[in-house]
Design a protein. Structure first.
Length: 348
């Protein structure tokens, strides 16, 4: 287990729950602190079914949603599901929430607004604490057998939701990558929200989401990131990229990729299409600035730097949505995690 910085792995529920649990167990064996599961009803198996199997099939590793949403799932339904998983993994479950993205887009729904997210977090906290909530101004109800210890973490990238996270969430999942410039901007907004609400910013857990690959061939590995970079630019993230010297212009609609750039079923085709806007050189810069791509030693140093910057956790993502991150778990588990305490001891 890492010292100080929690290192997690994102595991898509891309197979039967019992098979996914085998991947989670391996991550637990190798010393990962957390396993995070995304939620998208058309892309993967049900996230809470998978979490239930993971809770029953592991002993130590933290479990969390990264992330579920309050658009396709009513807050009361999410509260019940979260309570059910938390009962099976006492002290190990974190409920990560976001605006919806790949859950809402394919079925024609809109992402959750900041106002709706604020109210939804209020509903969740009240129900999980065992308090009544007045629904639709008509009926007051409560959750039987609540689980008040479930932390609510909000995933955010825009300034409004970053401030909201600092104001009301138990923790923040930062979607700004590991670039020092964008990370500093994101955490500043979280601090504003926390201090405006009279909270102590330093006590709020900050978890950074980062694509990761242990490689000696950065140029070749970075090409795989072109759809990720293009998606960020396409969805309002061009100013973030520009802070790191990455200037790209991607059309609002990209044809030939299903269901979207980040979750493309034909990844090689998506890379080819995105090469029209993302050059090989840009992909390398994106990998260096925003992602954890490089040798084990380089990744270890960057993780240490993140911890020194106030980040309390990371969860690593492999490129791809429909296969388990087996190679990433093995390489990071063997080459990075064992070195983290040593680096901190040498430089602390």
């Amino acid at each position: 287990m890492s010292a100080g910085l929690r290192v997690g792995i994102r595991i898509p529920p891309c197979d039967r729950a019992d098979r996914v649990v085998e991947t989670v167990r391996r991550a637990e064996e190798l010393g990962f602190d957390d396993a995070w599961f995304p939620d998208s009803q058309l892309l993967w198996r049900d996230v809470f079914t998978t979490l239930t199997a993971a809770a029953l099939g592991t002993e130590r590793i933290g479990l969390g949603t990264a992330v579920t949403n309050l658009a396709t799932r009513h807050p009361a339904v999410v509260a019940s599901a979260a309570r059910s998983v938390a009962e099976l993994a006492p002290g190990r479950f974190t409920l990560g929430l976001g605006v919806g993205n790949s859950s809402v887009g394919p079925i024609g729904l809109r992402q959750t607004t900041s106002a709706a997210m604020r109210e939804g977090l209020g509903v969740l906290r009240a129900l999980l604490d065992g308090r009544e909530w007045e629904f639709e101004g008509k009926v007051r109800s409560r959750l039987r057998d609540p689980q008040p210890q479930v932390p609510l973490h909000l995933a955010a990238s825009g300034p409004r939701n970053l401030r909201l996270a600092g104001e009301v969430a138990d923790g923040v999942i930062l979607l700004s990558g590991v670039s020092p410039a964008t990370l500093a901007g994101a955490t500043a907004r979280v601090r504003e929200g926390a201090e405006g609400a009279g909270r102590t910013y330093e006590t709020i857990p900050l978890t950074v989401s980062a694509f990761c690959a242990v490689t000696d061939d950065l140029a070749n590995a970075a090409r795989r990131l072109k759809p990720i970079c293009a998606s960020i630019a396409q969805n309002g993230g061009a100013p973030f990229l520009a802070l790191a010297g990455i200037d790209v212009d991607v059309p609002a609609t990209v044809e030939g990729v299903y269901p979207d750039l980040v979750h493309a079923e034909d990844w090689d085709r998506a890379v080819e299409i995105c090469s029209a806007w993302i050059s090989d050189e840009t992909a390398v810069r994106f990998a260096e600035e925003f992602c954890l791509f490089g040798t084990a030693e380089e990744i270890t140093e960057r993780l240490h730097s993140l911890h020194c910057a106030g980040v309390t956790g990371v969860f690593l993502q492999h490129v791809g949505s429909y296969d388990p991150p087996t190679e990433l778990i093995e390489t990071v588990g063997a080459q990075v995690l064992p070195a983290l305490p040593l680096v901190k001891a040498d430089q602390g």
